[in-house]
Structures are given as structure tokens and as C-alpha cells.
Design a protein around this ligand. Structure first.
Ligand SMILES: [Zn+2]
Length: 286
């Protein structure tokens, strides 16, 4: 059997909080139980929000908690050539096109794929004010426009209609239709930044990651990563395990603004690493 390789992949856009610790605990426990290796990847593809001081704090907190990776950390900001090479392969096959659409324009063009709240008589027309967390299916507006790639335009990868089936290690058999969920996938945004879905999928392929452990909020986007990985030439997809999130209510993920506690604060209050990890896991009922 091939060796297990997983990764912990925080974005240095803030300090670590208890939600991250749930993920780290899952990553290290599940990987060690399989005698696998853990990689550390700093997902700083969002150059506007990533900051060196957050990265330094994350590395310091991880060391304090005893979460030790098996290789030096890699940074997505240093991997532009790798993403560019992956994109070139797709481009040569005619799978990439430039897109001039803003989120507001897409919202105007389509109804959100999320079911609108009941009681509106089904008249919930999409508007530019669609909340940022609502998934919009890109309708393919620019697919055949033949726009020349240039700064200021996004780039999308064509997704053929497909049914992606996979067995999540916690949720069991899943079936997803990415082309119906999200449409052609944005891989580079209009500011020239690689998107999370593209950078993470390329990294998982190039780094040989075989086990992806992440929160339930990303379960629905697994199918598009599987499809993209296949387009990139990956014949054996990674396994996925999606774990519970710390919730504010049964339907709402706890966020930092809700008071999800920062590890820095707990350290300052005298908590031990074991207490912090125990606290994080107790919040998801473990
Ligand atoms: Zn477009």
C-alpha cells in the first residue's frame, strides 16, 4: 500500500483559533494512526489578506501545541510557477478561457443555487447583494467569447457535466455534480490571484497528498476538486475525510466574530497545549 501523506493547510490571514485546532487534531491523529506523514502548507494565495505576522504566530502556536510536520512548510505564494505550469497544460487542451464577469454580474445573470428561504413565493430573484457565502453557478457567459487573456480578467476551466462519486471516510458515499453546482471553475481571479480550489488541488497533486482532512464546510466542493485533479492528470484521487465544525447553531459555523477563541489568548491565560486541544475537541462533542 502506498504511504499516506496528509496536510495541514492554514491560511495566514489571521491567528489560529479553536476551529483550526479541531482540524489539526484530526489531521495528526488520523495520519499518525495510518503511519503517514503530515505536510504543512501555508495557503497564502490571497495576497491581500495574508500577513507574515500571522504566519509567524501560526508556526509558533503549532510548535507549542506539539503539532510537528514531517517536512518544512511550503507557501503557496512561492509556487506560482507550479500553478502556471498546471494551467498551461489545461490551456493547451483548450480548457481555459478568460472571464470578465464580476460576482455581481454573475449574481444578476443567475439565481443562487442555494434554495431561497421559504415564504417568498419562489420569487427570490438573484441580486448583486447575494451574500458572499452563497454559491453561484457560473452560467458560462464568457465560455465562447474568446476574450484574450490579460490582467484584469479572470481565468476559468471548463467542466464537462459529470457525476463525481467518492467515499468520504466519515460520511460514506457521496455524489456531486460540479458543473451544476458551480459551473466552469474560476482558477485565477480578476486580480491575478490563484483561487483556493485550484491552488489546493494542484498542490495536493504535486505534493503527492493521499489523504485530505478538512471541515464539513468543504464537503460540497470535493467533487470539483476531483474533476479538476483528473483534468490535471491525476489518476488516483486522494481520499477525503470531512470532520465536524464548531457550530454556533445547528446550521451556522462558529466564526471568530462569534468569539471563537484564539490560541494566543488561551496561551496568555495559562492554558496547557493538552487543555487547548481537549477544549477544541469537546466543542464538536469528542
Ligand atoms: Zn465571464
Amino acid at each position: 500500500m502506498a504511504a499516506i501523506i496528509s496536510r495541514f493547510a492554514p491560511a495566514p490571514t489571521g491567528f489560529l483559533h479553536l476551529g483550526h485546532i479541531v482540524n489539526a487534531a484530526y489531521v495528526w491523529r488520523e495520519t499518525r494512526a495510518r503511519r503517514g506523514r503530515v505536510l504543512l502548507r501555508l495557503e497564502d494565495h490571497d495576497r491581500r489578506r495574508s500577513q507574515p505576522r500571522f504566519e509567524a504566530a501560526i508556526l509558533d502556536d503549532l510548535a507549542w501545541l506539539g503539532f510537528v510536520a514531517d517536512a518544512p512548510p511550503v507557501r503557496q505564494s512561492a509556487r506560482g510557477d507550479i500553478y502556471e505550469a498546471a494551467l498551461s497544460g489545461l490551456r493547451r487542451r483548450g480548457l481555459v478561457y478568460a472571464c470578465n464577469c464580476s460576482r455581481a454580474a454573475i449574481a444578476e445573470a443567475v439565481a443562487p443555487t442555494k434554495t431561497p428561504p421559504s415564504g417568498d413565493g419562489g420569487r427570490a430573484a438573484a441580486s448583486p447583494a447575494v451574500p458572499a457565502d452563497v454559491e453561484l453557478r457560473y452560467p458560462g457567459t464568457c465560455a465562447d467569447r474568446g476574450l484574450t487573456e490579460r490582467h484584469g480578467l479572470g481565468l476559468r476551466v471548463r467542466l464537462e457535466p459529470s457525476v463525481e462519486r467518492f467515499v468520504d471516510l466519515r460520511h460514506g458515499l457521496q455524489e456531486q455534480r460540479p458543473s451544476e453546482q458551480c459551473g466552469d471553475l474560476l482558477v485565477r481571479d480578476r486580480d491575478g490571484q490563484w483561487t483556493y480550489q485550484f491552488a489546493a488541488t494542484v498542490d495536493d497533486l504535486v505534493q503527492g497528498v493521499t489523504l485530505v482532512i478538512r471541515g464539513d464546510d468543504l464537503l460540497a466542493s470535493t467533487g470539483r476538486q476531483l474533476q479538476l485533479a483528473r483534468l490535471l492528470g491525476r489518476d488516483q484521487p486522494p481520499e477525503f475525510l470531512h470532520h465536524p465544525l464548531i457550530m454556533k447553531s445547528p446550521s451556522q459555523k462558529l466564526s471568530k466574530s462569534d468569539g471563537d477563541t484564539g490560541i494566543r489568548e488561551l496561551r496568555a491565560q495559562g492554558w496547557t497545549p493538552a487543555q487547548v486541544i481537549e477544549r477544541a475537541l469537546s466543542l464538536i462533542g469528542l
